[in-house]
Design a protein. Structure first.
Length: 577
């Protein structure tokens, strides 16, 4: 009778999921991936793929001989190949910690390996138990760090002790490094010197290319790599996947690193959030948290009803009542998760919104720059009436100089390098009735994302600073604005609690040189840094230029109303905004 082979499976959701936080996926490093894919040459698809360019680029990036690197169909393909060539009669024992990546058990079973699990859910890594388990029957010791699903990392000294013990029994050590980009430390350089160590890495996680299935295995020498390489067919990874991974590595390393830093920030916020909800999160260095709840089923179902999917574990007793939550990759998705969790756990989400707004707004450098560092103001000094602010915001991606006067006349001087953004900011300031001087030098050679996002963050922060404690303002504003066949509605509350609900109904990929997805992102970023509740809805329209302009003009009129001075104090029963 044939041996039963099991495979990878996950629980099925009973409700439609549109925010998937159950698979540890990230954003692509390539900002406009669809456009990149559309521009690939026909030969990338027509011809058989060649992995050598990616292999050599990885070698250069990692400081290794390219011949040590094997390109694989995702990280799990690398694990399978190692099992295939390593497990043999009399030397078929696989030692690992549990819980860990499920494919380790599945592949070991498929090649008649005998799994020996050492428990490690929480606390210190079970170093001595792992070392004591290694014997002459041991084929491979598998260490996953950061571990999936717990997120915990293994110290270099512990890995090296396992490596030394394994070497005395002629056993290999396979280090699964799928999440290493999210960790505090990367030991690739040190471990690459060990003669019995192989490392699995992937483009699925930090690089955001899970759907393209590109991984790689780092071997101790070329002979081992050749053995692993020949354990598969000649073309395991498609040409499209190889070209995309290569472009990511060659041209978009800063974007990957920026995405990782944002996820680390969200990971900290999520840790505080789940603790407030009664959860017990394990310390994670992945792009996810493993959290134990007393009522995990209720929370899992409650999130699913809100269209949010997180991972629960069935038939794994050690993970009973645990949920693995992938860190959202942007502030809008984080706020949606926070709002849903707080609703399920009957908490006020206000403090978490404010924490998110503070943490996710990039630091403003030289908040009150000297006059010579600013562009020439478009409004005269005598016209100012107190609600003014100037700032300079400098990052590796943009340099912004901005001055705003909320009690101006709508005088505007805007230069961002994106024509349609200039047009919209001009309309916004003019119809809101404030003066705006905004000069941005951004990395438009990459794309429009950083310029649009950072201008929104800077403008929201400047208005926030100009408002001060938000005394004597109407606070609420709403307005409709048409442009020919299009009409939009904006409702705003200068509440101090950020919440963007932006529904522009844009259909084209671009308006001029501004990507439509980044127009939505502008409104989201602006709401976060201004710390306001912002609802923008395009109600109808057939021309995307008209839809977008109607949205900006309706927001301008709503802001003008909300910013209007009154004789009162802080417009809140709490006494503070």
């Amino acid at each position: 009778m044939a041996k039963t082979r099991d495979g990878y499976s996950t629980p099925v959701f009973e409700a439609p999921i549109d925010l998937a936080l159950n698979a540890n996926e990230s954003c692509p490093a390539i900002p406009d991936l669809p456009q990149f894919l559309a521009q690939l040459e026909q030969n990338t698809v027509r011809c058989y793929p060649d992995h050598s360019d990616l292999q050599h680029r990885l070698g250069s990036w990692l400081g290794l001989d390219a011949e040590q690197i094997v390109i694989t169909a995702g990280g799990d393909d690398a694990i399978e190949r190692v099992m295939r060539v390593s497990i043999e009669p009399g030397k078929n024992e696989i030692i690992t910690h549990a819980p860990t990546f499920e494919m380790v058990r599945i592949y070991a079973n498929n090649y008649d390996g005998a799994i020996k699990n050492i428990d490690w859910v929480d606390g210190d890594f079970p170093l001595q138990a792992i070392k004591d388990s290694i014997n002459k029957s041991t084929s491979i010791v598998v260490l996953t760090t950061p571990n999936n699903p717990t997120g915990q990392s293994i110290a270099l000294d512990s890995i090296q002790q396992v490596v030394a013990t394994a070497q005395t029994f002629d056993a290999k050590v396979l280090v699964d490094y799928a999440y290493v980009e999210f960790a505090d430390e990367d030991f690739t350089e040190s471990l690459a010197k060990e003669p019995n160590v192989m490392m699995v890495r992937t483009f699925s996680k930090a690089w955001g290319l899970a759907g393209l299935r590109v991984g790689y295995l780092i071997c101790p020498e070329a002979d081992t790599a050749s053995l692993i390489r020949n354990a598969s067919g000649p073309y395991p990874v498609s040409g499209v996947s190889l070209a995309t991974a290569l472009a990511s590595l060659q041209q978009h390393l800063p974007e990957m690193q920026s995405n990782v830093e944002l996820i680390k920030t969200i990971r900290q916020l999520l840790t505080s959030l789940v603790i407030a909800c009664g959860g017990r999160p394990l310390p994670s260095q992945g792009n996810f948290l493993l959290v134990q709840f007393d009522d995990s089923e209720r929370i899992w179902h409650g999130l699913a009803k809100n269209g949010i999917g997180v991972r629960k574990f069935v038939n794994r007793p050690v993970l009973e009542n645990y949920l693995r939550i992938t860190c959202p990759t942007n502030h809008g998705d984080y706020l949606r998760l926070a709002n849903a969790l707080c609703d399920i756990c009957e908490l006020d989400p206000e403090s978490h919104r404010i924490d998110a707004a503070t943490a996710l707004r990039d630091d403003l450098v030289n908040d009150e720059p000297t006059p010579e560092t600013l562009a020439t103001p478009v409004f005269d000094e005598p016209n100012r009436s107190g609600r003014t602010h100037s700032l300079q915001r400098v990052t590796k991606e943009t340099s912004i100089q901005l001055a705003v006067n909320l009690d101006g006349t709508g005088a505007v001087d805007v230069k961002t390098g994106i024509g349609f953004l200039d047009h919209m900011l001009t309309a916004l300031a003019f119809h809101a009735g404030f003066d705006l001087d905004l000069q941005c030098d951004g990395d438009l050679h990459v794309d429009d994302h950083h310029t649009a996002e950072d201008c929104a963050l800077a403008l929201g922060a400047a208005i926030d600073a100009a408002l001060g404690p938000r005394k004597g303002i109407r606070r609420f504003g709403y307005a409709y604005a048409p442009l020919d066949e299009a009409v939009a509605r904006t409702v705003v509350d200068l509440s101090g609690r950020p919440w963007p609900e932006i529904h522009l109904q844009l259909e084209r990929p671009m308006i001029g040189t501004w990507a439509c997805e980044n127009i939505t992102h502008f409104f989201q970023s602006f709401a976060m840094s201004l710390k306001c509740s912002l609802h923008v809805d395009v109600l109808r329209g057939s021309n995307d230029h008209h839809r977008a302009e109607a949205a900006f003009k309706s927001m301008a009129k709503a802001l003008k109303e909300a910013l209007t001075k009154t004789a009162g104090d802080v417009p809140s029963t709490k006494g503070v905004l």
